[in-house]
Design a protein around this ligand. Structure first.
Ligand code: ACO
Length: 320
């Protein structure tokens, strides 16, 4: 018995900011951004927030799965940009979809969040604790970046993606997850100020700071390593995988991973041009777009893989 994805959904805010729009207030160019990243535009939140986007993606995934919201036993929202400290985003999604009994929590593994959520739900299902779970990745990255820092703000966008999973004979075949906190400072963003009657902890970086080249090096080393481990576990070759759905951070990272695995870039779908990097939402948005375009066929093998702040990484091999 394993875990199968039976429904997907996504949502992105209507407001679009093109590379050209960014040149109005940043010393950058459409050409630089396209060449270095593959990004043309991104959807930016104008006030809806992480929860509202998560709800829309979740509702679409539930409709796509054709299940009753009350049959969901577990909701995990992967986010590092929750609107509120509590209640957790998952509990607010639960309320909006019409479920009043399941386990709800948020999970922060930055851009690896959706994979961490999917693999965690799989562990719950495999152990018999739950049967059906909803995993959502929802992020308002636009509130974490400094819109005057051209080396980071051009990369990110907002959005949400979701998947419903349930107990089945076919589905997830192997999982890999890991973290290395020792190098965590290469991409970080402080939380809110800590201040009480007795003391104060100052905020160092109220916006994201990133050593882009170090993150790049980490991604192109760690992602192929994690995928190789995943394939070895399932005793399957890289060229037997039909689709590699990787976290959408930079097109050059994707092509470098493809090269290291000796797999054609055609098997690496890319939607970065439309959304930029939406952190935990990027993989489920891509998955939903492929699902709705009927690109995915039953029996096809897929690898989903994420990497991000922490540093964290995770991968999932499944049969669709
Ligand atoms: N427009 C124009 N020039 C720019 C811009 C910009 N937006 N940003 C930086 N530059 C300049 C720099 O100032 C530098 O100029 P200099 O040579 O005069 O000093 C030059 O371009 C080259 O800068 P690099 O940082 O070396 O550019 P690089 O080719 O490394 O690309 C990038 C930068 C796109 C950030 C790349 O390093 C990258 O994609 N890294 C991975 C980032 C990533 O994936 N982050 C997210 C993962 S984790 C998560 O998702 C939470």
């Amino acid at each position: 018995m394993t875990t199968r994805i039976i429904g997907t959904g996504c949502y992105a805010p209507e407001h679009i900011v093109t590379n050209e729009d960014l040149t109005q207030f940043l010393d950058t160019s459409d050409e630089w951004i396209r060449e270095r990243t593959g990004i043309h535009r991104r959807h930016i939140d104008t006030g809806e927030g992480t929860t509202a986007m998560a709800v829309k993606a979740a509702q679409r995934a539930i409709e796509n799965a054709n299940i009753s919201p009350q049959s969901i036993d577990l909701i995990i929202v992967a986010t590092s940009t929750a609107d509120e400290i509590f209640p957790n985003t998952a509990a607010m999604v639960q309320k909006s979809i019409g479920n009043n009994h399941c386990t709800c929590y948020d999970l922060n593994a930055a851009c690896s969040g959706f994979i961490y959520g999917l693999n965690t739900a799989h562990a719950f299902i495999k152990s018999g604790i739950v049967e059906t779970a909803l995993i959502v990745g929802s992020e308002t990255m636009s509130k974490t970046v400094n819109w005057e820092d051209r080396s980071t703000c051009i990369l990110f966008g907002d959005g949400a993606g979701a998947a419903v999973v349930t107990k089945d004979e076919t589905g997830i075949e192997s999982i890999v997850m890991g973290s290395d906190g020792s190098n965590g400072e290469i991409i970080s963003c402080d939380g809110r100020i800590m201040e009480n009657r007795w003391g104060k902890r100052p905020v160092k970086n109220s916006h994201m700071i990133m050593d882009g080249q170090e993150v790049f090096k980490f991604a192109v080393r760690k992602v192929p390593e994690a995928i190789k481990e995943l394939l070895e576990q399932a005793n399957i070759d890289a060229d037997q995988i039909d689709h590699y759905l990787l976290h959408q951070a930079n097109e050059r990272i994707l092509s470098s991973v493809a090269k290291r695995l000796h797999v054609s870039m055609e098997r690496f779908p890319v939607n970065l041009s439309e959304y930029g990097n939406t952190s935990a939402a990027s993989i489920p948005i891509l998955l939903d777009e492929m699902n709705r375009k009927n690109i995915l066929r039953r029996g096809e093998k897929m690898v989903l893989a994420g990497f991000g702040a922490g540093l964290t990484w995770g991968a999932t091999l499944l049969t669709w």
